[in-house]
Design a binder for this molecule. Structure first.
Ligand code: G3P
Length: 196
């Protein structure tokens, strides 16, 4: 199968709105009408609690990992994981199954990295966790993770140009989708998490 078909499949996979499904099926709520209005793990946590939040975050990570893994199962080399992975992230942000109103690219991008560069995934996760502990802002920590990912890919794999390009695109998606959060952080109206 051509890599373009994997990109279409990845987009459809990324479009599966796990936050909407969990919210509607188990809580009869569209989480986009609550909290930040985002269709993602953080807003699921905020609106529906820990169990739902963790489930949605894991499902969103899995979408990226599966989209990236699929081509290699059909004999493509690892490099071909990155482009379909990116399409899964686009599906997650602009889901065809949920009126194109999706999430902020964080978990699904993480899922792509988990497949293609697991050590990098761990390093980025630590950056995210330390930032969350220090600032209490999930959004700012997601942005730090994006910046950390670009920096880490440049330092650890300066010759892996496809990785550097895709990581930069994913980090751009993350920052772009956090525009409203950035404004709120500057205005000091962004909510901090309370349980850390
Ligand atoms: O992963 C999204 C997170 O960084 C921010 O989510 O709902 O606070 O805008 P939210």
């Amino acid at each position: 199968i051509g890599i373009a078909l994997f990109c279409v499949l990845a987009y459809l996979l990324g479009s599966i709105p796990s936050g909407l499904i969990v919210g509607k099926v188990f809580y009869n709520k569209d989480i986009r009408q609550y909290g930040s209005g985002n269709l993602g793990g953080t807003n699921t946590f905020r609106t529906l609690g820990v169990k739902a939040g963790i489930s949605v975050t894991l499902a969103d990570i899995l979408k990226g990992t599966l989209a990236a893994a699929l081509p290699t199962l059909f004999g493509y080399d690892d490099l071909n994981a990155l482009i379909p992975g990116m399409f899964a992230v686009i599906g997650h942000m602009y889901p065809i199954f949920a009126g194109f109103r999706g999430g902020k690219a964080v978990a699904t991008s993480g899922g792509v990295l988990l497949f293609y560069a697991p050590i990098m995934f761990l390093v980025i996760f630590v950056i995210f966790a330390v930032s969350l502990y220090l600032t209490k802002y999930v959004s700012l920590s997601s942005i730090m993770a994006g910046i950390g990912a670009i920096t880490y890919s440049l330092l650890s794999s300066p010759r892996d140009i496809p990785l550097i390009i895709i990581v930069s695109i994913l980090a751009f998606f993350v920052i772009y989708r956090h525009r409203a959060n950035i404004k709120r952080i500057v205005n000091k109206t962004e909510p901090k998490i309370k349980w850390l």
